[in-house]
Design a binder for this molecule. Structure first.
Ligand code: FAD
Length: 297
């Protein structure tokens, strides 16, 4: 297996997943591989499917909760899918590029449209998968096309409008098996100074309203509705500051669970389940998670 994997990208063995997610938790994975190009990725997926080996496509790990279990499979990183090509108002970008990097690069090219995403610590692939959004703008709003590896292991470029998207979701979240390789964003010409002003203002707002000094994976639950934020519901139940082991509900923002330094995945999961149960019992609201558990089976 190892020899075969080495033909499909840069390979690491017995890797701590703690370094690969923003919660800084998780166990060891058997293999972590970074394919160097589309052909290697295609070859890799073909092999893993043939041999029935489990795998997971990892972006920046900012919306997932790895378990402490040994991951007896292959974690795939698209860090080599890192190209950015700007041609007038069209921006072609690899799935492994960080969304804030892309946003700043487009602003520097006098383009506007991605300012909203500067505070989102996700990759382009992860942001498309979950249709990341902020300040009433979302990833799909500016997408023209997506290049994918389909479940049939074919590379296809498809107009973004062919795929459904919604609040913190997309076709890819509902239909597993697609790998986003790259995308084209269609932006407009803007004013660099204005864009940077907006970015800085929002950065300050995030710093004062979100516990960015601690590891987390952003908001835990989706908001039941736009006027009914989960953070407010959790805060009103007096749960701010509640702690299990090293995991705590942030006192700054009640929809953030933070790692106070030594949290385990189990601490985080137990705290999430406690909040879910309390909200269900006391408010009769079935909160839906935004974050995703990985490797818990
Ligand atoms: C401090 C903080 C603030 C945040 N603020 C926001 C916010 O304002 N708005 C918001 O929407 N989110 C926010 N998030 C959550 C998170 O950053 C986003 O959901 C982001 O889009 C996740 O991207 P990722 O690359 O980290 O994905 P990961 O967490 O690595 O993966 C998430 C899912 O995407 C899939 N995936 C990743 N790459 C690909 C690919 N190339 N092809 C197919 N599937 C793929 C993974 O398999 C997984 O199922 C925040 C998180 C943090 C820590």
């Amino acid at each position: 297996m190892k020899e075969k994997l080495m033909e499909c990208g840069d390979l690491l063995e017995e890797v701590s997943l703690k370094c690969y997610n923003t919660f800084r938790v998780g166990g060891i994975c058997k293999y972590l591989i970074s394919p160097r190009n589309e052909l290697e990725l295609q070859k890799l997926i073909c092999y893993l499917k043939e041999e029935n080996i489990s795998y997971f496509i990892l972006g920046n790990g900012s919306n997932i909760i790895f378990s402490e279990n040994y991951y007896d499979g292959v974690i795939i990183l698209l860090k080599h899918f890192d190209q950015i090509h700007i041609n007038e108002t069209k921006v072609e970008v690899g799935a492994g590029v960080m969304m804030p990097t892309l946003a700043i690069k487009t602003i520097q090219s006098n383009l506007t449209g991605l300012e909203w995403s500067v505070g989102i610590p996700g990759s382009v692939g992860g942001c498309i998968y979950g249709n990341a959004e902020a300040y009433k703008e979302s990833t799909f709003d500016h997408l023209e096309s997506i290049t994918l590896l389909t479940p049939e292991n074919e590379i296809k470029t498809v107009p973004a409008s062919s795929f459904t998207s919604g609040y913190r979701t997309s076709y890819f979240k509902e239909n597993k098996g697609y790998i986003i390789l790259s995308a084209v964003f269609h932006l407009t010409y803007g004013n660099q100074e204005e864009s940077l002003k907006q970015v800085n203002k929002r950065r300050e707002k995030r710093l004062s309203t979100q516990p960015l000094e601690y590891p987390s994976a952003g908001s835990v639950f989706r908001n039941p509705s736009k006027d009914f934020p989960s953070g407010k519901i959790i805060e009103d139940l007096g749960l701010k500051g509640k702690q299990i082991g090293g995991a705590a509900i942030s006192t700054k923002h009640a929809n953030f669970i933070i790692n106070k330094g030594n949290a385990t995945s189990n601490d985080i999961r137990n705290l999430i389940e406690l909040v879910h149960q309390e909200v269900k019992e006391k408010e009769n609201i079935d909160l839906v998670m935004e974050q995703e558990y990985v490797g818990w089976d």
